[in-house]
Design a protein. Structure first.
Length: 236
């Protein structure tokens, strides 16, 4: 079965060696990978990202940048110059503007993280947000489009509304990357707002990030193939 470029496997593993072994086991079943902070912060983590790109894989560096504008601009420039397909920042206007400026005309696409999929409404109230997730995501998507980012990260439960807003604002090609994707029957883990691969795509997601359902499977390649088969039922 041919890999589906809409599937991004999150290499949420404790070591670079474990990540390399997983990539080898998945082989041609997967064409895109997300590398998060645990690996990026390890010696060899950024080198792994570059090696995967050199091997023809699409690489999503999930830095979730969040700092003053000058720092974000510099970091985005460094990541883009090194070579990266997707880069995440938090969806705050100053942060997004800075990341777009730092990326410049390089091909790295900037994604704005709207609301973390591990957060429930009570979690947001505890840190000072009174708006429910849906309204907060809507506000941040509108700001993201105004800032010129290439896409957003949101839960599959908000994907349909994100797509409506993107079309309304004249950005039908806005990327909508959804973590919190679980095949039917899979445990949600620490994710609060989840959906199946087919449901997420049908709602408007352009890319799915899947980690534990593949990494924790007895046969990761078979698990990935099953998800790709489900995704094939929903065309972009």
């Amino acid at each position: 079965m041919t890999a589906d470029a809409r599937l991004i496997v999150g290499l949420d593993l404790p070591t670079v060696a474990a990540a390399k072994a997983m990539v080898a086991s998945l082989g041609d079943t997967v064409s895109a990978y997300k590398i998060g902070l645990t690996l990026l912060a390890r010696p060899g983590g950024v080198e792994l990202a570059h090696a995967l790109r050199a091997a023809g894989k699409s690489v999503f560096q999930d830095w979730k940048l969040h700092d003053i504008g000058a720092q974000v601009e510099g970091a985005a420039r460094s990541v883009a110059e090194g070579g990266c397909d997707l880069l995440t920042v938090h969806a705050e206007p100053q942060v997004m503007h800075a990341a777009v400026a730092g990326r410049g005309d390089r091909p790295t696409r900037v994604l704005a993280v709207t609301v973390m999929t591990s957060r429930s409404d009570p979690d947001r109230v505890a840190i000072g947000y009174s708006a429910p997730a849906a309204l907060l995501v809507e506000q941040r998507v509108r700001q993201a489009v105004a800032c010129g980012v290439d896409g957003v990260v949101s839960s599959p439960l908000e994907a349909a509304r994100v797509r409506e807003i993107a079309v309304e604002l004249g950005r039908p090609g806005l990327l909508i990357v959804t973590p919190g994707v679980r095949p039917a029957g899979a445990e949600p883990g620490d994710q609060q707002r989840v959906a199946t691969p087919a449901a997420a795509l049908a709602a408007g997601a352009t890319h799915l990030v899947v980690a534990r359902p593949i990494l924790g499977a007895p046969d990761p390649a078979a698990a990935a193939r099953a998800i790709v088969a489900e995704m094939a039922e929903v065309q972009s």
